[in-house]
Design a binder for this molecule. Structure first.
Ligand code: NDP
Length: 328
């Protein structure tokens, strides 16, 4: 069998001429958020070059501590890394302020990629708080109608302006955009078509229509929750284990390869240092295997991130969504 390559050595071209690593490390906080410092140090030493974070995660200051140590010890230089952050939807009114907070916590003066976290606008305090934009009765507090509102487009335009007018951002993109929302946004783009759309994607959530739509517009797919988040449900699929045995790699490496072999970026997360070190090989899955993995979700699609603010934004299989006209 041909030797497995390393996913950490692969980059993809973005539509603005930059390059993005094919594999990144996610930074949603574990039980002890300060552990993110050691997670990042472990990941970078294992070869990861993309760090995916967000103002909302509350982990940027720990990433900043890790970066300082990695730079001081000469493990990597700033330009070796690709760092992504995002503006949260209750901070929608001040994307640059959100970015400045992130840069300050991270201890860097630019990010490689700045994303709009969600295509909606929710109520928050003047600095974007509450970070969980829900009323005491657990209802979402909207600042714009999630189905018909268009303020989310202004937010993307403001993000574009930051790239156009400052040196704080190299590339701009979106996250959690359905085809419906992309169709609203694209005719209104001012300067830069998003370079990526970061969405939940794994073998249980087939989304070829969205992938094709993004490809038409040269928007790369960045796959979050590649194992389905906490509990790693996707790794319980017997075929994933079968492929891991066949290629002599870990189950995590199979689900990452599912994306990378198809030109999608994968951003897994783990607080287990051995797991992080064993997520970097890239088995070259063949067409039949990729197609068999895709078909797993066709029979019984499952979306694991069903946040209540996602109602009405046009995604299929959003649990409890009575707002969107969902076609499936
Ligand atoms: P993943 O799908 O990568 O799941 C991570 C969880 O799976 C952890 O609890 C981890 O536990 C567990 N896990 C991983 N491998 C195994 C294994 N072999 N056996 C048992 N458990 C395992 O995570 P996320 O949902 O966090 O998504 C990844 C990243 O994507 C995020 O960290 C974030 O950066 C981004 N994201 C973006 C979103 C957006 O709205 N744009 C939404 C969600 C995520 P352990 O720590 O013990 O390894």
């Amino acid at each position: 069998m041909a030797q497995n390559k390393f996913a950490t050595e692969i980059t993809f071209d973005l539509n603005d001429g930059s390059k993005i690593p094919a594999l990144g490390i996610g930074t949603v906080p574990p039980d002890d958020p300060s552990q993110v410092k050691d997670i990042i140090i472990t990941a970078v030493k294992a070869g990861f070059r993309l760090i995916d974070t967000a103002w909302y995660y509350g982990t940027e200051k720990y990433i900043g501590e890790a970066l300082k140590e990695l730079f001081d010890e000469g493990v990597v230089k700033r330009e070796d890394l690709f760092i992504t952050t995002k503006v949260w939807h209750s901070f929608w009114h001040s994307p640059e302020k959100s970015l400045d907070t992130s840069l300050s916590d991270l201890g860097i003066d630019y990010v490689d990629l700045f994303l709009q976290h969600w295509p909606i606008c929710l109520k928050g305090g003047p600095d974007g708080t509450p970070s969980k934009p829900m009323a005491d009765d657990e209802n979402v507090k909207y600042d714009d109608d999630p189905v018909t509102g268009t303020k989310f487009i202004d937010v993307y335009n403001a993000i574009e302006d930051i790239k156009a007018n400052t040196n704080k951002v190299r590339s701009v993109g979106v996250s959690n955009y359905s085809i419906t929302k992309l169709k609203q946004l694209l005719p209104k783009v001012k300067h830069f078509v998003p370079v990526v759309n970061q969405i939940e994607y794994h073998p249980q959530l087939p989304q070829q229509d969205l992938v094709d739509f993004c490809a038409e517009h040269k928007i790369l797919i960045e796959a979050y929750s590649p194992v389905g988040g906490t509990g790693a449900p996707v790794l319980k699929i017997p075929y994933v284990k079968e492929l891991a045995d066949k290629y002599g790699v870990t189950v995590n490496e199979i689900v990452n390869a599912y994306h990378i072999c198809e030109g999608r970026i994968a951003i897994p997360r783990s607080s287990n240092y051995d797991r992080i070190k064993n997520m970097v090989r890239l088995p070259k899955l063949n067409k039949e295997e990729l197609s068999a993995l895709y078909k797993i979700g066709e029979g019984h699609p499952v979306r694991y991130v069903n946040d209540p603010w996602g109602y009405g934004i046009g995604f299929k299989w959003w649990k409890g969504d009575t707002l969107s006209k969902i076609e499936d």
